[in-house]
Structure formats: C-alpha cells, structure tokens
Design a protein around this ligand. Structure first.
Ligand code: ADP
Ligand code: MG
Length: 628
C-alpha cells in the first residue's frame, strides 16, 4: 500500500486568484526518496505544507495509509505529524535558547518518546550526522552546515515515516549540500520516505524519483527503484505523568534560559509584591509598637481629679505623700488657669493679643506628660523661683501672627514670659498642644485664685496601676480622700484596634493597584516574546504540538514568571525590612498571611497576564509563522 496518496489536490489563495497547487495526483510509497524540483513559485512549499498537515487543501483528497486526512480530528492530525512526519526547512529553526541535544529531545518528547531514552537517541542521531562533538553546544555557535545537519538529525530523530525537506541545502555551499544529501540517502532507518525540494539538479539526480512542478501541476515524474528499510525502534509512548513532567521542564527552560528578559518583564510584579510585603510588615511592626506604647502608657498611668474643695490635693506636699506609695515613679500636679490674652513681639509692633488656654504644671507633671520639646524646656530655676517661663504648644505657636520660637518673649495676661521651647508632640494629654504651659510655682504666685480641672497625675511601674489607684485617694487627701476615685486607662486597647485596621486597608489597596498595573508589564513583554518566537511556535506546531499546548505553554510561562517574581519581591522586601527594623532596634513582626499571599498574588498576576499572549500564540498559523 502506498504511504501517501493525493487525488486531485488543489490549493487556491485569494479566492482562487492564485492557484498554488492545481489538481495534483501523486502516490508515494514507504521509503521512497523523491526529489521535487520546479521554479520559484511553482507550489513546492505549498505541497510540503499540505503533506505535513500544516495546511489543508482547497479541493481533493489526501490519504495517509489509505485514510483520508481531511476527516481526521485536529488531535489526530497533530499526533500523526508529531509521530510520523519530520521537517527540515531552509533555515534550521533550531530554538536558540536550547542546546543542540535539547532541540532534538523536544522533537522526541512531542513524538511521545519516553524521557529516559531521549538523550541517548538524540546523541545517536547527532553522531550519525557527524555532530557528536557539538551535542551540548548552543545553535548560535554552530556553522551553517552544522546547523543544517542538526536540523536534519532533529527531523529524523523520532524515526518518522515521512521526512519533508524544503530546500534544506539552499543556504549551503556545494560540499556541505552534498554532505546533507548523503546523510539523507543513508540515514533514514525503517523505510522513511524522503521528499526533498531542491533547486540543484545535481542533488535531484541522486534521488530514486524526480517530480517536477510547474504552476501548481506535476509536469514530470521519473522513477528508479525504492530503497529497502531496516527496523524502526519501538517504545511505549510517554504516559500521562511523564507528559506533565515534560511540560513543566519545557516551560522551566523557556523562562530560565532568558533570565534577564523574565526579570525585566516581571519587574513591576517584583516591585508590587515587594512593596506590599514591606508595607504590611512595616505596618504590623509599627502598630505592634504602637500597641506596646499604648499598653505601656495605659499600664503606667493613674490620675486623680479633685474639685476645688479638696485643697489637700492641690498643695505641693501632696507629691511627697503620694511618692511614698510603692510602685509610684513620678507624681505631678496640673491644672488650668483662666484663659489669658497672649501677645507676641515687642513695642508698638506687638501683634494684637488673642486668648489662649494656660496650664500649670509641676516638674512631676512635665515628666508625666512626656512632651517632645523644641528648645531647652523648663530649667530648674523656673520651677523653684517662679521665674516667668513658658512652653508653647505647637498649635498655639503656629497660629500666632508673628513667629514664636524658643527664646521669644510673649506676654500672657500683660506679663512677660520667656519661651523655653515649643511642644511639638506629647505622649499624654494631646490638648497640651493647644495650650501654654507655665510652672506650677509661677501660676500659684501670679494667679493664686484661678484654676479648674485640678489633677494629680501619677506614673507607676507596670503592673501596679490598680493597687496605686486604690491607695491614691487617701494618700492624696487623708481627710476626705475616701470620696475620690482614681482613674486608670483600660480603654487603650480599643484605640489600638482602630490604628491597626486602618493601616492594613490602605496598604492592601495600594499593593492591589500596583499588582494590576504589573499585569501589563508581563503581558506586553510576553507578547513581544510571542512575536519574536514566531519561528519557534511554527516549528513546535510542525513537531506536532497542538494549539492548546501552545496556549498552555505561554500561560504557564507567565504564571511561572509571576510566581518567581513574587518570591523575589517577597525575599527582597523581607531582607530590606529586617535590615531597617534591625537598624532601628525594633522587634520585627511579619504576619504569616503575607508570606502565603505573595506567591498567590504572583500566580494570579502571571495567569491573567498570559491570557492575551497565549491566545495570540495559539492562533498563529504554522505555515505563516514559518514563512520567512
Ligand atoms: P515555491 O515553494 O515553489 O517557491 P510556494 O508553494 O511557496 O512556491 O508558492 C506557490 C504560489 O502560491 C506562489 O505564487 C505564491 O505567491 C503563492 N502563495 C503562497 N502562499 C500564499 C498565501 N498565503 N497567500 C497568497 N498566495 C500565496
Ligand atoms: Mg518554497
């Protein structure tokens, strides 16, 4: 039985305007060596594409071992091409990122040859064409003749029944061309039919049969005797698990052999994931520090407010009495005097006065409030002698019509005060930023009869707040203290919750936006890759890969790139974060969720980014992709 049989095959282009093939009848038997000649444009390439099932005829029937190929499913045609057909093109179309041997192993893989024998068969095929010494070389380091012999080895390595060669010697000098022809004559094991398209009459003469095409018709067909064949190798095809491993391997190589390209395309993702991880780690660590500060402040703060009638709470000696309670670190008295007109500047240019709140503080109260002061702060003498000195809250200073800085003179209620500093921040009683602080002694001397909101503020050791609060009223006022209640601060925990969730929401939004943007980075770089790898895609189809596999390959490439990018971003961000946190002496807190979320985000990014390139690559027509 014939291997292939064409009956009335035509291939028209442009709605019949171009008849590339015009009613071809042709039968070729197993193991025949056929040379096809004809002028340029006579339809030789079109014929080979049809024979290789890369293209479909407009009319006619093409039978493979008696079965019409038009009726075969796409899957069956792909498989037939992968197992039984080999191609050699004018350009070698070796994949540049793979070694010579890996190029052959890809063909073997797609032909279903099991992994463990692939390398040995690739090496044997390369030795047969005299490339035993270049097995692990990259194609770009081979000479033109060597490349074409490697392409020939790839076309034959899976022991096809039909080898289609489209001007394989077109780019070679005479001696290299002759070498390829000899290899073609001797190499095919097991009765492989060879169809060789050539312009060179000297080469065509050496074939068993010569067919000449002209304007899409067979104008000459001369036969000699067919060669006999040896036995073909026989292996059980690769199983499902093997195919999955092969796929992973293939995708892994595609990404890892172009590391710089992968890095650049995924840079946006690296950045997005890195920023996400860094910000979350930073936010978590910071809010845990805020929690610690809140907890610490809450755990060490006790206050005792007293109405004016409780005179004992206001006298300076109260500090000494309370200071004797075990666990007390600092005791201070503070109250608000009446609002005072404040003026800044001197002489006739003095700014018009405005009303400000004035708070009296003893040294213990200053220690309790923990103000962050720009300037010297109160000095010892201010408290001892009642020298008019003041600390101005940052809000008051900012609102003043003339600049108030440390060293300025201001007038409060008509008296001059020296500004010892500006309170930029304060750990307790934030209303201090809206007030002017004066020493308790000064307030007592200048405004003895004014005052409201009297408070004893007590800083205690951690863990003693409740006991101190219990003892405080009677220690402060031995006579009427039983009618007072000291306050501790249990509500700090609520505040901390608010702070934590607010930070996290913002970070998630930011990182999400960056990730979405980074999808375009991977997608556009991969799209460029699809265009650049057009030949490779065409070749893979010629080697029998289905459209679906091509799409899956690109999708997997972008997904792998996304995952790798996210891991890189994760590791880099954590490293930077640990250095920063370490430098500031913070105990780093890294939530487990962020370590899990990073690769998932990368996976999603890569998957979405791959959709458009994958669809595009799978839609490429192999015949178009391979045309120069
Ligand atoms: P050969 O390989 O013998 O040089 P081809 O088989 O490549 O010739 O082309 C045969 C004819 O078909 C030529 O006239 C060519 O211009 C035409 N042809 C091939 N492919 C297409 C196409 N996709 N669209 C239109 N015309 C085409
Ligand atoms: Mg051609």
């Amino acid at each position: 039985m014939s291997l292939i049989q064409l009956v009335g095959i035509s291939r028209f282009y442009e709605e019949g305007a171009v008849n590339a093939l015009d009613g071809i009848d042709l039968e070729i038997g197993p193991g025949e060596f056929v040379a096809v000649t004809g002028r340029s444009g006579s339809g030789k390439t079109t014929l080979l594409n049809l024979l290789g099932l890369l293209d479909r005829p407009t009319a006619g029937t093409y039978r493979w071992r008696g079965t019409p190929t038009e009726d075969m499913s796409e899957r069956r045609r792909n498989r037939l091409r992968a197992r039984s057909v080999g191609f050699v093109f004018q350009d070698s179309h070796l994949i540049p990122t793979r070694t010579v041997s890996e190029n052959l192993e890809l063909a073997l893989r797609l032909a279903g040859v099991p992994r463990r024998v692939r390398r040995a068969r690739a090496v044997a095929a390369l030795e047969r064409v005299g490339l035993g010494h270049r097995i692990d070389a990259r194609p770009s380091t081979l000479s033109g003749g060597e490349r074409q012999r490697a392409a020939l080895a790839r076309g034959l390595v899976h022991e096809p029944e039909l080898l289609l060669c489209d001007e394989p010697t077109g780019n070679l000098d005479t001696s290299n061309a002759q070498r390829v022809l000899e290899l073609l004559r001797e190499a095919p094991p097991g009765g492989c039919a060879v169809i060789l398209v050539t312009h060179d009459p000297g080469l065509a003469e050496q074939a068993d049969r010569r067919i000449e095409l002209s304007d899409g018709r067979v104008v000459a067909d001369t036969r000699r005797l067919p060669s006999d064949g040896a036995a073909r190798s026989d292996e059980t095809p690769t199983g499902r698990r093997g195919r999955v491993l092969d796929f992973i391997d293939d995708v892994g190589l595609n990404v890892s052999r172009r590391p710089f390209r992968a890095f650049v395309s995924a840079f946006g993702t690296i950045l997005a994931v890195g920023m996400f991880v860094y910000s979350v780690a930073m936010a978590t660590t910071t809010s845990s520090r805020i929690e610690q500060v809140f907890d610490l402040l809450a755990a060490t703060e006790v206050r005792l407010g007293a109405p004016p009638a409780f005179t004992a709470v206001r006298e300076p000696a109260v500090e000494e009495r309370v200071g004797r309670i075990p666990g007390v670190v600092d005791v201070g008295r503070t109250w608000e005097v009446e609002e005072k007109p404040m003026a800044a500047g001197e002489g006739p240019w003095a700014a018009p006065s405005r009303m400000v709140a004035v708070r009296a503080v003893s040294p213990g109260a200053v220690a309790f409030l923990k103000p962050d002061v720009d300037g010297d702060g109160f000095v010892e003498g201010d408290h001892a002698f009642g020298v008019p000195a003041a600390l101005v809250g940052s809000v008051v200073a900012a609102d003043a019509p003339v600049p108030i800085v440390p060293g300025s003179i201001i007038r409060l209620g008509g008296r001059e005060f020296m500004v010892r500093g500006i309170v930029e921040d304060v750990q307790r009683n934030p209303d201090v930023l809206f007030q002017v602080l004066v020493p308790a002694t000064t307030a007592e001397r200048l405004w003895p009869d004014e005052g409201s909101a009297w408070e004893l503020v007590v800083e205690v050791e951690v863990g003693t707040a409740e006991t101190v609060a219990g003892l405080l009223p009677l220690a402060a006022d031995p006579e009427q203290g039983d009618r007072l209640v000291a306050q501790t601060l249990p509500e700090a925990k609520n505040l901390r919750q608010t702070v934590t969730t607010q930070v996290d929401e913002f970070v998630v939004l930011l990182a999400g936006g960056l990730l979405v943007a980074s999808v375009f980075g991977i997608a556009s770089a991969t799209m460029a890759g699809v265009l650049e790898r057009r030949f490779e895609i065409g070749l893979r189809r010629a080697l029998g890969m289905s459209r679906r596999s091509i799409a899956a390959m690109f999708l997997a490439e972008t997904t792998l790139t996304g995952v790798l990018a996210s891991l890189l971003g994760l590791v880099a961000a954590l490293a930077i974060f640990l250095v920063v946190a370490g430098g500031r002496g913070w105990a780093p807190v890294i939530p487990l969720e962020v370590i899990v979320a990073a690769p998932i985000a990368g996976l999603g990014t890569g998957l979405v980014a791959g959709i458009v390139p994958a669809v595009h690559a799978s839609r490429l027509e192999p015949v178009e992709a391979l045309r120069r």
